[in-house]
Write a protein that binds this ligand. Structure first.
Ligand code: NAP
Length: 349
């Protein structure tokens, strides 16, 4: 892990939201970064943070953060790095403007993920894709992390793709309500119910996964060649996206080889001992009734993908259940890990 003399000042865009609040919990006392600016909409701007947001985290709001005044997007921000949890209705333009002003924007929003010059990175899988930023003409840069359900699918597919090759993937999700932000889905719509539509989510899983697993070739990403079919559902769970995935691998690898490949997966964050890196990015459970959101989500601080029920599939060859913490590894934690990896690679010098 690299050492630094003074922490790097960072801002949070969308600081009052679900992802913004998680950024605060993850960046409070961070060894590299120090929160110096909090930004939200005109509704919140000018208020003290504790009055502007409805704090939903299970740890107390740090008092010095609660005292900070929320800024609007129009203000000049005194920090090089901006972690963004902006609503997608404003993130596209706002993040571009911040990059033009010289900020590094590390974003959770969908708007720039598929831009050909914007890296979509999970640091364990494709840190070489950061190289795409050379194509960005602005003095600042934009780096993105994937959609919260793509995250866990891509983490699990990466080692399988490298070890065996993948022919096709079919995945069905059961996604928590915190994935819809705050106040999100109304209680009358979700309690005792399942909603078989999360607008645009199937497409995000199908396109982002093959970009992340693609090859950086001559300054462009050549997508991975397999197809993903996704069906995304909202379920009455507070935190934790569960996914049932069926995968057609090349050859017919034995269950033990698949399990060992997943469990032994490591990448750049583990090799460089980054502060937010989980010891194991993928944890394979033997429990026949696991993983479960209520019980298993906090393993490795919510930064790992949990895999259970790994077994043969009569149609696709292999099937399994995947679970991950949508607001930690699926959102704020993913962006913080990108920030740590970029720092470690010397991009902020
Ligand atoms: N929740 C998840 O699990 C998750 C996972 C992955 C990615 N994401 C993505 O992350 C982003 C944030 O999601 P979220 O769940 O945190 O949503 P959220 O709870 O609705 O929060 C949205 C944030 O954006 C701010 N905002 C809204 N309109 C604005 C405007 N016109 N100008 C400036 N700021 C504005 C809000 O500020 P005010 O409070 O002032 O309105 C709030 O801070 C979205 O793009 C989402 O798709 C979310």
């Amino acid at each position: 892990m690299r050492k630094l003399e003074k922490k790097i000042p960072v801002g949070i865009l969308g600081a009052t939201g679900t992802v913004g609040q998680k950024f605060i919990t993850l960046l409070d006392h961070h060894p590299y970064f120090e929160i110096t600016s909090l930004v939200a909409s005109e509704r919140s701007a000018g208020k003290r943070y504790r009055e502007a947001c409805s704090w939903k985290q299970n740890v107390p709001l740090p008092p010095e953060i609660g005292d900070m005044t929320v800024l609007s997007l129009e203000k000049d921000l005194d920090c090089r790095i901006l972690f963004s949890g902006l609503d997608s209705s404003v993130a596209g333009e706002a993040e571009s403007r911040c990059a033009e002003k010289g900020h590094w924007v590390i974003s959770n929003s969908k708007n720039h993920r598929m831009d050909p010059d914007v890296p979509l990175v999970i640091p364990e899988i494709n840190p070489d894709h950061y190289g795409l930023i050379r194509r960005q003409k602005t003095s600042g840069k934009i780096v993105t992390n994937p959609n919260c359900s793509t995250m866990f699918l891509a983490m699990v597919l990466a080692p399988l793709y490298r070890s065996f090759g993948i022919d096709a993937v079919s995945v069905t999700t059961m996604q928590a309500v915190s994935g819809a932000g705050y106040p999100g889905v109304s209680s009358l719509d979700i309690l005792g119910n399942v909603i078989p539509l999360i607008s645009g989510e199937d497409e995000k899983m199908e396109t982002e996964t093959v970009k992340i697993l693609g090859l950086l070739d001559g300054g462009e990403i050549r997508n991975a060649s397999f197809k993903v079919s996704a069906q995304c559902n909202r379920v009455p769970v507070i935190d934790g996206h569960m996914e049932t995935a069926a995968v057609r691998l090349n050859g017919s690898p034995a269950r033990k080889d698949i399990s060992d490949t997943l469990a032994s997966f490591r990448g750049f964050p583990q090799e460089h001992n980054l502060p937010s890196a989980p010891e194991s990015p993928i944890m394979v459970l033997d429990d026949p009734a696991g993983p479960q959101p209520l019980r298993d989500l906090s393993v490795y601080g919510g930064m790992s993908a949990l895999v259970g029920r790994l077994r043969p599939c009569p149609v696709m060859g292999t099937k399994m259940v995947i679970l991950g913490h949508n607001t930690i590894r699926g959102a704020a934690g993913a962006a913080v890990l990108n920030g740590e990896a970029l720092f470690e690679l010397g991009y902020f010098e």
